[in-house]
Design a binder for this molecule. Structure first.
Ligand SMILES: NC(=O)c1ccc[n+]([C@@H]2O[C@H](COP(=O)([O-])OP(=O)(O)OC[C@H]3O[C@@H](n4cnc5c(N)ncnc54)[C@H](OP(=O)(O)O)[C@@H]3O)[C@@H](O)[C@H]2O)c1
Length: 341
C-alpha cells in the first residue's frame, strides 16, 4: 500500500483524501490543517489522523475535541508521497521540507510550473512522470482543456485552439469572495494564463485563451473552437468523447443547458459532494463545420476534475503502475465513476 499524506485538508485536499482512501493500493496516513474548522471535524469523522503545521495550536484543537497526531513534519516523514493541497503559493514554501526529507510530492495548479518542473495530466503524459520527485497537477481549467485537446489531437491532429473560459467567482463555501453582481475580465489582457498552462503539458499546441469571472460557484463554462488537421465529422468526434473515460457527454435528451441543472443532475446521480470528475461536454454543442472546424461548450467542476488526476499522479510518480489506462481505470472504478450520459 502506498502511504499518502494530504498536506492541506481543504476543498481539494478533502476530496483527494477520500479518493485515496477508496483506492485498493493506497492509504491515507494523515491530513493537515492550520486552524480548527468544520473540515477538522470531517477528518475526525473519516478517521484520518490530523496533523497541524504549528504545534502551538494543539490545545485549541484539543479543546474542540479533536485529537492531533503530531506536526506536519512528522506526517511527511511517515508518508511515501505527499499530495500538497495547501493554498496557492504555500506549496512552494513547503517544497524545501519535501526535499530535505527526500519525499515525493504532488503540487496543485495554484503553484507555478517551476515548483515541480513537471506538469501532469494522466491521459497526456503519465509515462513521463517516472523518475521525477515532484509533479504538479495543472489547474481545473487546464485539466479540462488538456483532456479535450489531447483527445482530439490524438484522433485528428489539432492545428490551433481558441477558447473562452467563463469562470466561477468562488467555491460554494467561500463566503468572502465575489463578484456578486459583475462580469470581471480575468485578465483584461489576452491571453489568460490558461493557454500557457496547457502548454506545460502539451507544448506543441497553438492555443490562445481568454477568461472572465461571473457570479456563480458551481463550475466553469468553456467555449472552445479548434481547427483540426484532418477532416472529420460530428459523429466521429462524438465517438472519441464516448470512448474517453474522463470526458462525459451531457446528453441533449436531459435538457440540461446550465451549470445549475448539471449540478442537480450530478446530485441525483449520487455523486459524492455532487462532484463532476470528468469534463461535461454538452452533446448539442458539439459541431464540426467545413470538415475541420470544431466547436463545443464544456462544463468543468473546479472542485472535482483534478481529483482523479492526483490519484493517477501518485501511481505515476511512485512507478507502481506503468500503464496509464490501467491506473485511470483503477481510479475510476474505485470512485464508482459511472458515465453521466
Ligand atoms: N478550489 C478550486 O477550485 C481548485 C481547483 C483546482 C486546483 N486548486 C488548487 O488546489 C490548491 C488548494 O486549493 P483549495 O481550494 O483546496 O484551498 P483551500 O480550500 O483554501 O484549502 C487549503 C487547505 O490547506 C490548509 N493549509 C493552509 N496552510 C497550510 C500549511 N502551511 N500547512 C498545512 N495546511 C495548510 C488549510 O487549512 P486551514 O483552513 O486550517 O488554514 C486548508 O485546509 C491550490 O493550489 C489551488 O489553486 C483549487
Amino acid at each position: 500500500m502506498i502511504k499518502v499524506a494530504v498536506n492541506g485538508y481543504g476543498t481539494i485536499g478533502k476530496r483527494v483524501a477520500d479518493a485515496v482512501a477508496a483506492q485498493p493500493d493506497m492509504e491515507v496516513i494523515g491530513v493537515s490543517k492550520t486552524s480548527v474548522s468544520a473540515e477538522a471535524y470531517i477528518a475526525k469523522k473519516r478517521g484520518y489522523p490530523l496533523y497541524i503545521a504549528d504545534l502551538g495550536k494543539k490545545s485549541a484543537f484539543e479543546k474542540a475535541g479533536i485529537e492531533i497526531a503530531g506536526d506536519v513534519e512528522a506526517m511527511i516523514k511517515a508518508a511515501d508521497i505527499v499530495v500538497d493541497a495547501t493554498p496557492g503559493g504555500v506549496g512552494e514554501k513547503n517544497r524545501p521540507l519535501y526535499e530535505r526529507l527526500g519525499k515525493k510530492a504532488i503540487f496543485q495548479g495554484g503553484e507555478g510550473h517551476e515548483v515541480a518542473g513537471f506538469s501532469f495530466n494522466a491521459h497526456a503524459n503519465y509515462k513521463e512522470a517516472e523518475g521525477h520527485q515532484f509533479a504538479r497537477v495543472v489547474s481545473c481549467n487546464s485539466t479540462g482543456l488538456v483532456r479535450l485537446i489531447h483527445a482530439l489531437d490524438q484522433a485528428f491532429g489539432v492545428e490551433r485552439v481558441r477558447a473562452v473560459m467563463v469562470r466561477r467567482g468562488a467555491d460554494p463555501s467561500d463566503v468572502k469572495r465575489g463578484p456578486v453582481d459583475a462580469i470581471v475580465l480575468n485578465p483584461a489582457t489576452i491571453p489568460s494564463h490558461h493557454g500557457p498552462d496547457v502548454n506545460t503539458v502539451l507544448p506543441h499546441i497553438n492555443i490562445v485563451t481568454l477568461a472572465m469571472i461571473v457570479p456563480t460557484t458551481f463550475m466553469h463554462m468553456h467555449s472552445i473552437q479548434m481547427d483540426l488537421k484532418k477532416e472529420t465529422t460530428r459523429d466521429a468526434v462524438l465517438k472519441v468523447f464516448e470512448d474517453h473515460n474522463r470526458i462525459g457527454l451531457v446528453r441533449k435528451a436531459t435538457g440540461i443547458k446550465s451549470n445549475a441543472e448539471l449540478r442537480e443532475y450530478t446530485q441525483d446521480l449520487g455523486r459524492p459532494r455532487t462532484d463532476l470528475w470528468e469534463n461535461g461536454v454538452f452533446e448539442e454543442s458539439v459541431s464540426v463545420l467545413n470538415g475541420k472546424e470544431f466547436y463545443c461548450f464544456q462544463a468543468i467542476h473546479q472542485e472535482a476534475d483534478v481529483v482523479p488526476e492526483n490519484i493517477d499522479c501518485i501511481r505515476a510518480l511512485m512507478g507502481t503502475v506503468k500503464d496509464p489506462q490501467e491506473s485511470i481505470r483503477t481510479t475510476n472504478k474505485a470512485l464508482n465513476f459511472v458515465a453521466i450520459g
